[in-house]
Ligand binder design. Structure first.
Ligand code: SF4
Length: 213
C-alpha cells in the first residue's frame, strides 16, 4: 500500500488557482485558503468524489463540503444511511466523523466560479490516483456530479464512452470496484429540481445495495 499525504499546502501546479488562493488570503486571512485535504479514513470502503472546494464552503473551513449548502444535504444523508456519526455543525471541530467513507475533491483548490479548467483537472488528477492506491479496502466510488464521474474514469484509465454518466447509475469497473453517479448536491441543482433529496438518497441506496455482500 502506498502512503498518501495529498498536495502540499502551497502546491503551485495551477497558476490560476494559486492566484485565486492568494486573493482570498488577502481578503479573508482567517479562511483556510489552501488545498483542502480529504476527510475520512484511508481504510474506508467508499470514496465520495466532489468537484472542488466552494469558496465560502470548504475553502473557508478546510474540510470538504463543509460550510455550504452542498454539505448540508451530503452530511445529513450520510448520517441517515449510517455512513457518519455525530452532529454536523459545518465546523471542522464539530467532532463529526465518517463511518466507512471518505470524501475528496477532484480539484483540491477552490476555482473561480466553481469552474476548474481542463488543465487544472489534469494537474490535480495524480493526487486522486495516489489516494485510490492508498485505500486497501476500497469497494466503491460515488461521483458527486458528472465532472467527478469523468475524473474517476480518467484516473482509472477507463473509457468515458463505456461508462456513461447518469444519475443513480451503477457501473462495474472491474477488480471488484464500482462507481455510482449522482447529480451534484449543489443548491443550484436542488433549487431547480434537477436533484431532490429523494433522488440523492436513491443514489446512495444503490451504492449501499451494490456493496452489501
Ligand atoms: Fe495543486 Fe490540485 Fe491545487 Fe492545482 S488544484 S494547485 S494540482 S492542489
Amino acid at each position: 500500500m502506498t502512503l498518501f499525504t495529498g498536495p502540499a499546502a502551497d502546491c503551485r501546479l495551477c497558476p490560476r488557482l494559486v492566484e485565486y488562493r492568494r486573493a482570498n488570503q488577502a481578503a479573508f486571512p482567517d479562511w483556510h485558503n489552501a488545498p483542502v485535504d480529504s476527510f475520512g479514513s484511508l481504510d474506508a470502503r467508499i470514496l465520495f468524489i466532489g468537484l472542488a472546494p466552494g469558496v465560502r464552503g470548504a475553502n473557508r473551513t478546510g474540510r470538504p463540503f463543509t460550510g455550504d449548502y452542498a454539505g448540508d444535504l451530503l452530511y445529513s444523508s450520510l448520517l441517515k444511511y449510517g455512513l457518519a456519526r455525530g452532529e454536523y455543525r459545518a465546523d471542522p471541530d464539530d467532532g463529526f466523523e465518517l463511518v466507512g467513507a471518505r470524501i475528496c475533491n477532484a480539484v483540491r483548490c477552490v476555482p473561480p466560479e466553481n469552474k476548474p479548467l481542463p488543465s487544472e483537472f489534469k494537474a490535480c488528477l495524480p493526487f486522486l490516483s495516489q489516494e485510490l492506491a492508498a485505500m486497501p479496502s476500497l469497494r466503491a466510488l460515488f461521483a458527486i456530479g458528472r465532472n467527478a464521474h469523468e475524473v474517476a474514469l480518467t484516473t482509472l484509465g477507463l473509457k468515458k464512452s463505456a461508462y456513461p454518466f447518469a444519475h443513480g447509475a451503477m457501473h462495474e469497473l472491474g477488480k471488484g470496484l464500482i462507481l455510482v453517479d449522482s447529480y451534484h448536491c449543489s443548491r443550484y441543482n436542488t433549487n431547480t429540481g434537477r436533484l431532490t433529496e429523494a433522488m440523492f438518497h436513491q443514489a446512495l441506496e444503490t451504492l449501499l445495495d451494490s456493496i452489501k455482500s
